[in-house]
Design a protein around this ligand. Structure first.
Ligand code: FAD
Length: 327
């Protein structure tokens, strides 16, 4: 396999909730960097809740590593002027890649209303990002040159099963994805899913509808049943009962980790064989499971450079699996 054919590898991180967590996150980032990811994305709280911590982490990634950070941005609940200012701040920091999202309105707040002068959809945010970039380029030849050598890239979200949280079906979200593409999105990253057919069917339907941008599958390493249930609660994406039962049947954490990685490796292998352009791994700010998954899928797990206390010991992909080599 040539470097050109190599599927993309990327990771999602979130900004540390408190400064004490920063050293551990940084050790995780160093370990993840050994996999030479194409990019790492950094989440952003809905209504701008992590505006400063997201920016601080993205800035540090830009200044102190060779990693290519993508800043998530949400627009729900804020005015067009506020989100414009946030975008300008990120651009001033040298950020050139964004994941444009609507974000979810707060739950349990009956008095909450969208901002009267806000953006309504992720597609609106993609348009705004493109508009701001064009304005900056038009206003300064230097900025135009910078934009030419480091073009703005805009990713968006896609939903293999529809978005339960937003109450939309798969086909409504494919229409939304078409809008995002028309507004200038370069590629999409999917919501978590556990069934390869679910991703492959959605991509086929999206292609049928006219979506041409790459759609990267978002993958969670399935090693931690409690985390999977939490993800189910947050996203509405149901975790297969048999997977949870298989994990629960293993008392030994190392054996459970191995079983979970095997399931994730099978999922990744199937979506890559089905034409997925790469994998985006939801790391939950830990590295071990992500690297073991990559190693099992022959995508280059690298060697961890720092211990990750939250994860079980590193395991090899079991020799019994019939995973085709991607090496
Ligand atoms: P949109 O595409 O705007 O969709 C929102 C709703 O509006 C959907 O129901 C859609 O069908 C509908 N819609 C869109 N366009 C139209 C239209 N033209 N007409 C009618 N209806 C329309 N959330 C965070 O808060 N922070 C994050 O960092 C974050 N990162 C994420 C990363 C990924 C890869 C994914 C998949 C999700 C992430 N989310 C994050 C969650 C996301 O913000 C929510 O799932 C949100 O509900 C939908 O976001 P969206 O960008 O797809 O919005």
């Amino acid at each position: 396999m040539t470097a050109v054919d190599r599927p993309t590898v990327s990771f999602e991180l979130f900004p540390p909730r408190n400064p004490d967590a920063a050293p551990k996150l940084w050790a995780t980032i160093e370990a993840l960097a050994t996999a030479r990811p194409d990019f790492v994305s950094v989440t952003y709280g809905a209504s701008g809740a992590t505006r400063y911590t997201t920016r601080a982490l993205v800035r540090r990634l830009l200044r102190e590593t060779s990693l290519n950070p993508i800043a998530h941005l949400t627009c729900v609940g804020v005015s067009r002027a506020e989100i414009t200012q946030v975008v300008e701040e990120f651009l001033d920091e040298g950020v050139r890649s964004f994941l444009a999202l609507r974000g979810d309105p707060p739950v349990g707040q009956p008095d909450w209303h969208p901002h009267p002068d806000g953006l309504h959809t992720a597609s609106d945010l993609v348009s705004l990002l493109r508009k701001i970039e064009s304005r900056r380029a038009a206003g300064s030849p230097s900025q135009k040159v910078r934009g030419a050598v480091r073009p703005l890239s805009v990713a968006v979200a896609a939903f293999p099963r529809g978005n339960a949280g937003a109450g939309s079906t798969r086909d409504q979200d494919i229409q939304a994805l078409l809008d995002k593409q028309a507004s200038g999105a370069d590629f999409a990253i999917t919501q978590v899913f556990f069934d390869a057919e679910c991703y492959l069917d959605m991509v086929a339907a999206a292609r049928e509808a006219g979506v041409t941008i790459p759609i990267i599958p978002g993958i969670i390493p399935t090693t931690d049943p409690a985390r999977l249930l939490r993800v189910q609660e947050l996203t509405g994406v149901e975790v297969p009962r048999d997977l949870l039962a298989t994990l629960a049947a293993e008392d030994d954490p190392v054996a459970r980790h191995r079983v979970g990685i095997r399931a994730s490796v099978e999922l990744v292998t199937r979506v890559l064989d089905g034409g997925a352009p790469g994998v985006h791994i939801y790391t939950f700010n830990t590295h071990q499971a992500a690297l073991d998954l990559l190693e099992g899928a022959h995508l280059g797990g690298g060697a961890p450079t720092a211990p990750d206390v939250a994860d079980a010991p590193r395991v090899q992909a079991p020799p019994s699996t019939s995973i085709p080599s991607r090496g």
